[in-house]
Ligand binder design. Sequence first.
Ligand code: HEC
Length: 186
Amino acid sequence: MTRTTFTPALWVTGLALILFAGTGSASDGEVTVPVPGPWGDDYSETLDDPATVDATEAFQRFRQQSMQGTSATYRSIEQILRYDAPFAERLPELADELARRADDIGTWFARETPARDGEPGALPAAWGDPEFAEYKVSYREAATELQRKVDAAEDLEDPAFQLRATEALNGVRHHCLACHDNFRRR
Ligand code: HEC
């Protein structure tokens, strides 16, 4: 009786077949979609099957992506103020963006979409505890305070200004941490 030995080459061929199958299903709950473009037709991406992601989950994922975006904005400002990344001239637009995101946070919680049992996500308290509203308001004020300090700066490179701005950034960070501590499960 002959047996097929799965050499690395066979594995790679098999993997390539699965990846480039176009509309083929990658594994349970996933689909592989073709992503053609100017660099060729060989690109594809494996994603969660949209048929398995309901509107509630999509809402929750949108919120998570928005939080990730907030984090990227926050961390970019941090690179400038704490680590001297040479992008001080970008501070006004980044501080505006952080404040705009803080303004927007209410919409990310407009629908009651808490984490499923034991999974990471928002705790039910985000919809049940009236204090949550205060966390949002106070967070917006902290982000606006940073924006004000940046707008008032005469010289964005000035160390004294950067120190004041770093204090305001810490004020924002306090709100990220406190809200997560009370309303988020990791
Ligand atoms: C008013 C409350 C609140 C504030 C303020 C807040 N967050 Fe969140 N954040 C949450 C909650 C609740 C979750 C969990 C959301 C979920 O998974 O549905 C979360 C999730 C996250 C996540 C994980 C997203 C993911 O992919 O699962 C990141 C990153 C994050 N926040 C960054 C920040 C940063 C950075 C700040 C401050 C600049 C901030 N958050 C301010 C409530 C808050």
